[in-house]
Design a binder for this molecule. Sequence first.
Ligand code: NAP
Length: 366
Amino acid sequence: MGVPGVTMEKFAFVFHPLDVADVARKYSFTRFLPPKVVEGALKLMSPKKVSHITGVRSAYAEAEGWFVSCPLTARQIMSLPAEYVLKKVVQAGQVAERLGARILGLGAFTKVVGDAGLSVAKALNIPVTTGNSYTVATAVEGTKEAARLMGYDLAEASVAIVGATGAIGRVCAELLSRETRNMTLVGRDVPKLELVADRILYKTGLAARISTDLKKTLTAADIIITVTSAVDAVIEPEYLKPGAVICDVARPRDVSRRVAEERPDVLVIEGGVVAVPGDVNFNFNFGFPPKTAYACMAETMVLALERRYESFTLGRELTTERVEEIAGLARKHGFKLDGFRSFERAFGEVEIEKVKEAARKVLQKS
Ligand SMILES: NC(=O)c1ccc[n+]([C@@H]2O[C@H](COP(=O)([O-])OP(=O)(O)OC[C@H]3O[C@@H](n4cnc5c(N)ncnc54)[C@H](OP(=O)(O)O)[C@@H]3O)[C@@H](O)[C@H]2O)c1
């Protein structure tokens, strides 16, 4: 039930299983099936409503929404023909339209495939947003806060951005380049890296280094934002300096789970965990604590609450202006970073102190 006299804003958000293990969490019998069979079955399924999201409420407006599934794993989204995948994402968007949504957010790999939402928006009657502007805002804010708690002075620390040629990585690099004197952009494609470095030099005056040698760069980095679209982990424990801070924005994650097991002396946080205002119930467990969401989901909710029914973030050309605008709107409606999470669990100041202590011990020994 809405508040009398207050219109109910409406949004939807598309997501998909990241891998076959995710499918098994919903349909437990599938854990006994070979991954190829599970993925084959997903291809036969149509997008559908997964849950009704209620209770999103700010001081200014109220919204409800729906999760809609796009039944394909990350691996399938990245390896099947883009036209096939886009058709399925559009079908998910049509489910959202029929439910009454006035804006659609694209989750995980549904926004990485093809032209990052542009063709999906063209094929639908409602606006579409990738949520990437707010993802960048929260990743940068979270990284700065984590670095401060670990005792780094951002201006002096050595910063690395992994996946710096990507949509999210490039803008994270641009924003952090205003505050550090020592930045390395890491990627696989030198000409693309040079373009990003030139743009940073032009906009902020910082001469960022570029590198295609991930391991060598990371062994010297204090603060890392990693945001590649690699399907498997790209950062292993032996790449990292004691006391390093890593913000892993990628889904699936870039940082290998082995880092959690073998490196108590480094701090890995997940980008973009956001507290949602009101008494939100997602009616679906996507692995976050109650009343919190991914930043990209939050961007869709903020736009609905603000009645900004427009394709706010689309394509790969993110801008620092949009990032700052959505961060301001999110603040206005009461969205905020909700502490840190690391490998799916809450990570507070006590845990961060333990990381600092472990780093101190490693450094004393060496
Ligand atoms: N946490 C959240 O709320 C949230 C929100 C949005 C997106 N994301 C995640 O963010 C990631 C990136 O999204 P995006 O939109 O920025 O993607 P994008 O524009 O496609 O950029 C991907 C970047 O990853 C690099 N890359 C791809 N495969 C790689 C590999 N095997 N090794 C090293 N680098 C590799 C690409 O480098 P090349 O130039 O060499 O190809 C490119 O720089 C995805 O994992 C996505 O799911 C998370």
